[in-house]
Ligand binder design. Structure first.
Ligand code: URP
Ligand code: ZN
Ligand code: ZN
Length: 460
């Protein structure tokens, strides 16, 4: 099957130009000016006026994850279907080791979860909750199985490592050419702030941001920088939410360290005022780190535009309102996390590109190219080159859309972006050459394949 996409505005991390793309089966086989008579396509689609992006990669999702005595509302079936609808053709989910488990067991568990059905291609990072010699010895086997990046937590009792363990793990990963993404918040001080709130009789969701201020994120980032310097290893700060945390990353970089960084749409588009919502509505936004003061948003947008933030992921970790109500009388029992996997591309296109905060090239870099390089998928993914997988997002800058949970593909009863009005939206998505999303609807489900990832490429 040959499909010719004519006259699209093709975007890469370094430029944008009007081109034709010829897809043959799963791959891109030609780009440039392509005469129909030369290639005899089965189908020709007019792409004039549309941006063609390489399929977006969401390198931070939590599907089918047990948290606080419940399981995320989205499993791979619903979560990846939503991802695909939003132009995400690859998710890299966090396979998560329970304490006492081997990494092999955790990986087998996640392979089983994804095998129930996944509508986009997928890979895994391995979240290590129990650092020990057995786990250390399993790193080469993980790499053989395509797991080349890891995740570590400085908070959450079930997953947290202490500073010494963080040091050993980060050093051991880098000995094999791998790095870890780290959740940075000071757990002990958060616990103290929680005790304080409870003593004062403060149990509502509005207290969530109060016990997790940006200073505690920045302190943990600073500590991580010290640990990584000692380990002589690169490290990624995941879901950077504040200017203070970013400043710690900058300082470490200025001193010569390799530090990678990620942020998420919620920290660019929502602010701490969401926690003032009444009737338990604030619980919708309970995630960690929490939303910050509005002035952080401009700092993060500018950092994206200036290339200081490497990637933009969602941290999709969805819980329905019924699940959130587990914490109705105690905000610390509200499962942490928010949905977002379906909206990222369109939100960033509207608020970033169409509103002039970032160029299409930067959008391509943070959503496609850079995650593909960092996570060992480039140029199979993250680029529209001859030989790349034909994962293509057709973005129409004139196709208006209003976000509403009622139209979503995921298993959720609310959207944090309900009512957001977008000037542009996705018209089509191709997954390995197959038209899989048309006019906002997923028309081909469960075609996702496991991606065996190579070692990270940190530069370029
Ligand atoms: O609140 C959040 N972000 N939940 C998901 C797990 C994590 O911290 O990344
Ligand atoms: Zn986290
Ligand atoms: Zn996360």
């Amino acid at each position: 099957m040959k499909i010719l996409l004519k006259d699209g505005t093709v975007v890469s991390g370094s430029g944008t130009s009007v081109q034709d793309i010829l897809i043959e089966d799963e791959k891109i086989v030609r780009t440039g000016v392509i005469e129909e008579a030369e290639v005899h396509p089965d189908e020709i689609r007019d792409m004039s006026g549309k941006y063609l992006f390489p399929g977006f990669i969401d390198a931070h999702t939590h599907m089918d994850l047990e948290v606080s005595g419940t399981v995320t509302a989205d499993d791979f079936r619903t979560g990846a279907r939503a991802a695909l609808a939003g132009g995400t053709t690859v998710v890299i989910d966090f396979a998560t080791q329970n304490k006492g488990e081997t990494l092999k067991e955790a990986l087998a568990n996640w392979q089983k979860k994804a095998a129930k059905g996944c509508s986009c291609d997928y890979g895994f990072h391995m979240a290590v909750s129990d650092w020990n010699d057995t786990v250390k010895a399993e790193i080469p086997e993980m790499i053989k199985k395509g797991i080349t990046t890891f995740k570590l937590y400085m908070t959450y009792p079930a997953m947290r490592l202490n500073d010494g363990e963080l040091y050993e793990a980060i050093r051991a990963f880098w000995e094999h050419g791998c790095f870890a993404g780290v959740h940075c918040e000071n757990a002990d001080l958060i616990d103290a702030k929680i005790r304080e709130a409870k003593k004062e009789g403060r149990f509502g969701p509005e207290n969530h941001p109060k016990v997790r201020p940006d200073t505690l994120e920045a302190e943990a980032v600073h500590r991580l920088m010290v640990i990584a310097r000692l380990a002589e290893a690169p490290v990624m700060v995941v879901h950077t939410s504040s200017a203070k945390a970013l400043e710690e990353i900058r300082k470490a970089r200025r001193s010569g360290q390799t530090v990678l960084s990620e942020t998420c749409p919620q920290y660019l588009l929502l602010d701490e005022s969401v926690y003032e919502k009444k009737d338990f509505e604030a619980a919708k936004y309970v995630c960690s780190p929490p939303m910050r003061a509005r002035e952080n948003q401009d700092v993060l947008w500018k950092a994206i535009a200036d290339g200081e933030i490497d990637i933009l992921s969602t941290d999709h970790c969805s819980f329905t309102m019924e699940q959130k109500r587990m914490g109705e009388s105690d905000f610390t029992k509200i499962p942490n996390g928010m949905p977002g996997v379906e909206n990222r591309g369109e939100l960033i296109f509207h608020y970033g590109v169409l509103q002039g905060r970032i160029s299409p090239e930067i959008m391509c870099r943070v959503l496609s190219e850079r995650p593909a390089k960092l996570y060992g998928l480039y140029p199979q993914k993250g680029a529209l080159f001859v030989g790349s997988d034909a994962d293509i997002v057709v973005m129409d800058p004139k196709r208006k859309k209003t976000i509403t949970a009622a139209d979503h593909h995921y298993n959720m009863d609310y959207s944090p972006y309900e009512g957001f009005e977008l000037d542009g939206s996705i018209e089509e998505v191709y997954l390995r050459g197959a038209l899989s999303v048309k006019d906002g609807k997923v028309i081909s489900e469960n075609q996702g394949r496991y991606l065996h990832r190579n070692l990270p490429k940190l530069r370029g």
